[in-house]
Design a protein around this ligand. Structure first.
Ligand SMILES: *[C@@H]1O[C@H](CO)[C@@H](O)[C@H](O)[C@H]1NC(C)=O
Ligand SMILES: *[C@@H]1O[C@H](CO)[C@@H](O)[C@H](O)[C@H]1NC(C)=O
Ligand SMILES: *[C@@H]1O[C@H](CO)[C@@H](O)[C@H](O)[C@H]1NC(C)=O
Length: 272
């Protein structure tokens, strides 16, 4: 077993080396091939990568993958060893079982506005005399869009504001006739009578809307970047307890309906 393991490693090592040598000369021309992908903040982003297209049809379960930005290394995996940049802690992975079969796509969960930029993947190939070669695999331009929406409610109704990601830490508000922004919510705030953060979901409920709540709500992340902008209008008839009244009205009308049906069926029976 030990012998087969060693010889397998040796085989992989040789294959890696040959493939690396093959690819190196052609990597310049294909380096210009660039993918562009766009996601919304908070989504799971997948940065595509396939090392088989570069390194050929060999099984390389222990090869060494790197994902880098022009600024720093984002993710590195070498067999069991893994490394993540602090700003991506717990958010980046390359599924190991997929890596073995040639898929080196980087998964960024809960993608942030600040994650946007250029990413490059490399396979690090160990050569003779511990000389290592980095083989360029894929360049990806990641774009991350913020959310924009419009909501219209009647006075007295509630508004649900999506925070989209757990990295949203602040909500600011600009009233319709105002030029100033004021704080509405900060992560860690206790719920109040008018504002409630869902226990599990990344959403905020603003209760019993008033005309003065009309305006623009911005959800900001830790870097102060806008994750979401919601424009709210509050107009129409006041809806006082419209929920309870609605239910009661439905109940009584359905009771009336049942009675009518019963009455009619009695009549039908009488005719028979
Ligand atoms: C590679 O894996 C990702 C998820 O890790 C998946 O979304 C993608 O479809 C896979 N690509 C191929 C070519 O199978
Ligand atoms: C939230 O409520 C708890 C207990 O009611 C209190 O101890 C804490 O100071 C409050 N936090 C804020 C930010 O108001
Ligand atoms: C904004 O100003 C207009 C007139 O300039 C006024 O009719 C309206 O009530 C104001 N809205 C709010 C929310 O203060």
């Amino acid at each position: 077993d030990v012998f087969s393991c060693v010889s397998l490693r040796f085989f992989i090592f040789i294959q890696c080396l040959q493939a690396g040598a093959l690819v190196d000369s052609s990597s310049l021309s294909s380096a210009t091939q660039q993918l562009s992908i766009t996601y919304m903040a908070g989504e799971e982003a997948i940065l595509p990568c396939s090392w088989k297209s570069r390194l050929g049809e060999v099984a390389l379960p222990t090869c060494h993958i790197q994902w880098v930005t022009p600024m720093d290394t984002v993710f590195e995996q070498w067999g069991e060893k893994k490394w993540q940049a602090p700003e991506f802690e717990g958010r980046v992975r390359v599924p190991e079982e997929k890596l073995g079969s040639g898929n080196c796509s980087l998964i960024i969960s809960d993608v942030q506005i600040g994650d946007a930029g250029r990413y490059d993947s490399f396979m690090v190939v160990e050569g003779a005399r511990s000389k290592t070669t980095r083989v360029f695999i894929q360049g990806v331009s990641l774009f991350v869009n913020d959310h924009k929406s419009y909501q219209s409610h009647r006075p007295g109704e509630d508004m649900v504001l999506q925070l989209h990601t757990r990295h949203s830490v602040r909500v600011v508000f600009q009233g319709r006739n105002s030029s100033e922004w004021s704080d509405v919510w900060m992560r860690g705030d206790n719920n109040s009578q008018r504002l409630e953060k869902h226990l599990l979901l990344e959403q905020l409920t603003v209760k019993r809307l008033k005309p003065s709540d009309e305006g623009i709500y911005k959800v900001l992340d830790e870097e102060g970047l806008s994750v979401s902008t919601v424009q709210l209008t509050v107009e129409g008839e006041v809806a006082p307890n419209f929920c309870h009244k609605g239910v009661a009205a439905k109940r009584s009308s359905s009771a009336l309906h049942t009675m009518l049906v019963l009455l009619l069926s009695f009549r039908a029976l009488n005719f028979l």
